[in-house]
Ligand binder design. Sequence first.
Ligand code: NDP
Ligand code: MG
Length: 383
Amino acid sequence: MRQRLAILGSTGSIGVQTLDIVRENPELFEARILTAGRRWELLAQQAREFDADAVVIADKNCYAPLRDALADTDTKVYAGEEAVAQVAAAGGTEVVVNALVGYAGLAPTVAALGAGKKLALANKESLVVGGEYVMRVAAEHRAPILPIDSEHSAIFQCLAGERSAPRRLIVTCSGGSLRDVPREALADVTPEQALRHPQWSMGAKITIDSSTLVNKGFEVIEARWLFDMPAERIDVVLHPQSIVHSMVEFEDGAVKAQLGSADMRIPISHALFYPARAERPGERFDILGHPQLTFAAVDRAKYPALDIAYDCLRRGGTAACTMNGANEVAVAAFLGGRCRWTDIVRTIEAALQRAAFAPHPAPDDYAAADAEARLLAREFLKC
Ligand code: NDP
Ligand code: MG
């Protein structure tokens, strides 16, 4: 039987590549539900191509044009962020691909897991904001989470078939677009510069997060929850070639790594096909084309975001939720030309200093912590 998919964020970088996999394997997958934030034209086009049962546009202002564009089809059209979570939980699909960006991904993650669905998770912010809560819901409903983030997919693949708990997770880091920019020059970096990632072509927000290493900090938090590994046993190493996607060390001293091209369709396929493997067309990885794989320590002074993320993990509660909310506001401000690149981490620090802290958050506390972090970030940036 074909797996029926809900693809949340189908118009984004991960969403579009997920649809490439569906297109390559029509006998295995059906895209039944598609959602977007604002880009209703592309969503309408996708709905037609895949003959979707339903689409959701999060921005209610885009509802009317989307409805009109699909008026001659059977596709149901909904609008609003709540509707995204509703379709994640609704019947008619077995798998939810969460390719949303930011805090908006949390409610749909919880909704999908609460309905016992398999969750192919790209939206790392779900786990950053409410990792403990998300993992609890997954366990209660026996709902599997398959990571799409390349580092976590690599770790998942290294852990496959192992019976002993690993000793250490080693998350690799490309260093992002500003890897070779000296520290003194960072205050003058433009959005265009920061958006030019050397290896990966991704959505704007994660590309900026990669340049500050907020993304790597988030990935440490993501790994903590996905693999139930304490922060002190998760390391980050700089690996500019982005060929080794991450590693796992075991108690006997063995280290396993997963290697391959920097192509997100590989981890997306892994999540969709697991425990099988896809037969993907195209060029094969040639190790001889990569004679030099290098590894180095991360410059913690240039990239304070990494230590901030570790600190949030140690504090637990709503700390990482505050970090995420402030980061979202600051990244949007930087992209809009309203603050400097160096203000992103300063905004996070200011929000963390001032925000209320809930050590044992109830589900509603995440929304409150997120709202407060955004307010504090806007106050700090005066925007
Ligand atoms: P994009 O910005 O390219 O896409 C985001 C998607 O979410 C789009 O479909 C967008 O719609 C939709 N969206 C945005 N805001 C909202 C909202 N408030 N409510 C509902 N939908 C919304 O992001 P990426 O694909 O790059 O990233 C998605 C997730 O995957 C992120 O968490 C990222 O960290 C993670 N990830 C991404 C990787 C990559 O290679 N891109 C690699 C590893 C992880 P619209 O198009 O209308 O704006
Ligand atoms: Mg990643």
